[in-house]
Design a protein around this ligand. Structure first.
Ligand code: FES
Ligand SMILES: [Fe+2]
Length: 345
């Protein structure tokens, strides 16, 4: 591949791979009566709920003169621009021009619409590619639909590329250093060797010598429709009943310098144990988890954007390298498909 091609791959990777589902908001952020603006993959989007509570997502742009639709209002199932009232439905079609009944704009599909899925308190939007214009099935993590798991979703906006968040996930060894003074991640050996296990939908990167002591492995899922990571943090008795604390994490590019991070925090328990953990979580544990996440955020947001040009990786970065390679492969095939479409036209 030429250097120009490498640049294209880098640019696409930085902007965000297309043909994938991304987490874009928490369910509670989109109220029934108010549109919500969201920026992801450099695009301004608007989300709203219809009368049945179903979500719709359009480009946040009024086709009349370009006002932001998110500054307008939900009108039954549709969205109306505040500037002159032009109203669009969830497919991006103009359904009404109230200032001029019978206007020729009515019935015109005028802006892009996006497929939306809501699951486990989170909202996912599909960003189509030329090779995959229609949304593929989104196979959400099994924990989302398994009632044995109880979860909380926490979300943040970080001033760094989402790629650093992926790197961080694929690097379990950082936990016993960066989080050494934390409630849960202070334990275990400071030296190890990392190993990779391949799966159909991605890979696991794990410490060779240590298991169930600290953050000892990460399961990275890159199934061609989404990217997420799964990891377990062993929990001390003081954190209440249940096994390890499981985290499912997604990162979504906002633009080339910032991202949204979504962490679903799970425990597997039922009955009274479930309620007591949920109480404990809200009362004390959540603040501790934010403290740990702040350590990650603080570290990642101060890594220069061009750090990859002078990195000196060593054995522990096998997960980071694997993650980057798989993402680059996806972008390569995406760009090749776009090129072949262009050639055929
Ligand atoms: S710009 Fe939206 S109705 Fe005029
Ligand atoms: Fe961390």
């Amino acid at each position: 591949m030429s250097s120009v091609d490498k640049e294209r791959v880098e640019d696409r990777l930085t902007a965000g791979i297309l043909g994938q589902w991304y987490a874009v908001a928490k369910s509670v952020e989109v109220r029934r009566d108010k549109p919500r603006a969201v920026k992801a993959l450099g695009r301004q989007l608007v989300l709203w709920r219809d009368r049945a509570g179903r979500l719709h997502c359009l480009e946040d742009y009024c086709p009349h003169r370009g006002a932001r639709l998110s500054r307008g209002e939900v009108n039954h199932d549709d969205i109306s621009c505040r500037y002159h009232g032009v109203t669009l439905d969830g497919s991006g079609t103009i359904v009404r021009v109230p200032a001029m009944p019978g206007c020729a704009l009515e019935g015109r599909k005028a802006v892009d619409s996006y497929a939306v899925i809501e699951a486990n308190d989170g909202i996912f939007v599909y960003f189509p590619s030329k090779e995959k214009p229609a949304p593929p099935e989104l196979k959400l993590p099994a924990e989302f639909s398994d009632p044995a798991w109880s979860s909380f979703l926490c979300m943040g906006r970080w001033e760094c590329s989402y790629r650093y968040v992926y790197d961080n996930f694929a690097d379990p060894m950082h936990a016993c250093y960066l989080h050494a003074n934390s409630f849960t991640l202070a334990f275990g050996a400071k030296q190890d060797v990392m190993q990779i296990e391949k799966h159909d939908d991605g890979f696991t990167v794990a410490r060779l010598e240590q298991k169930d002591v600290n953050l000892d492995w990460t399961h990275v899922v890159l199934d061609g429709t989404q990217v997420y990571c799964r990891l377990d943090i062993p929990y001390p008795q003081a954190a209440g009943p249940g096994g390890p604390f499981r985290i499912i994490g997604y990162a979504t590019p906002v633009d080339d310098k910032s991202c949204m991070v979504f962490f679903w925090r799970f425990r597997r328990l039922g009955g009274i144990a479930r309620e007591s953990w949920r109480f404990l979580y809200r009362a004390t544990l959540e603040a501790r988890h934010w403290h740990v996440l702040e350590q990650d955020r603080e570290m990642l947001t101060h890594i220069p954007a061009d750090a990859h040009k002078r990195e000196m990786l060593y054995q522990h970065d096998v997960g980071v390298a694997r993650m980057r390679r798989m993402l680059s492969q996806q972008v390569n095939s995406q760009l090749a498909a776009e090129d072949s479409v262009r050639m055929a036209v």
